[in-house]
Design a protein around this ligand. Structure first.
Ligand code: SF4
Length: 242
């Protein structure tokens, strides 16, 4: 029983959903079945799409040099970066939730917030194949007018968001290089408990209750490279140095 209570406390949203389903099944079983079928449809869709997206994210993380992302999508990439983000989003495939891990990987490699807003927004509402379908159903004039106004809004939103949200506010904020004077922190909310940090630097990180904790704050000069490697390889980008 204690374990159930602990699990519920840790997974509040899931608990609310399960509880809602139980209530719905008791009082409106038909609606509950319909809702369950819809949920299963989306879970199936996510299971089909997410492996490809996670593979793409891993490729971005492992193969594309930070300098390339900074140059083409970073805060000094200017109009070229904005246009590139717009094109990337416009020719993307898949639902919007697939864009989030890709954007997180790009942000951790130095993409600017405004370019990420442009990419995400175009991915959501300006996909080229969708434009053709839109023109077919609602007419070319409607599609072109909406496209122009949406595009202007997307660029304005990118600019405003970059003024309101800073890189340090994001969970994928990239750390400075570790030195012997830094302290290490791990956000347990975002740590996925993969154990990579413990494997790379067992003297500094340990998995406890499926989350990583910092074992040792006294970073030895000879271990700096190892600790930096653990920070860099963390897939959630959740080990920070302060
Ligand atoms: S590598 Fe990152 S995500 Fe994995 S356990 Fe360590 S801190 Fe958590």
């Amino acid at each position: 029983m204690n374990k159930v209570i602990q699990f519920s406390k840790k997974n509040k949203l899931l608990t609310v959903v399960v509880f809602s389903y139980i209530v719905l099944f008791i009082f409106m079983p038909n609606k509950a079945m319909l809702s369950l079928q819809n949920s299963l449809y989306y879970v199936k869709e996510m299971l089909m799409i997410m492996p490809v997206i996670l593979l793409l994210t891993a490729l971005i993380t492992a193969w594309i040099p930070k300098k390339t992302i900074e140059k083409n999508l970073g805060k000094n990439s200017g109009l070229k970066g904005a246009a590139f983000s717009f094109l990337l989003g416009s020719f993307s495939a898949g639902p919007i939730y697939a864009a989030f891990p890709v954007c997180k990987a790009l942000l951790s490699k130095g993409a600017s917030i405004s370019n990420i807003v442009i990419l995400l927004s175009t991915w959501a509402v300006v996909k080229v194949p969708m434009l053709l379908t839109e023109a077919k159903f609602l007419g070319p004039k409607f599609m072109i007018t909406r496209w122009i106004l949406t595009t202007i809004s997307i660029f304005v939103m990118g600019y405003i968001t970059s003024k309101l949200v800073k890189q340090k506010d994001l969970p994928s904020y990239d750390n400075k290089e570790i030195s012997t004077t830094n302290s290490l922190t791990i956000s347990s909310t975002y740590c996925i408990g993969c154990g990579l940090c413990e494997k790379i630097a067992p003297n500094y990180f340990k998995i406890k209750n499926k989350k990583a904790v910092v074992l040792n704050q006294d970073i030895n000069q000879k271990d700096i490279e190892t600790v930096n490697k653990a920070v860099e390889k963390c897939p959630a980008k959740m080990i920070k140095s302060i």
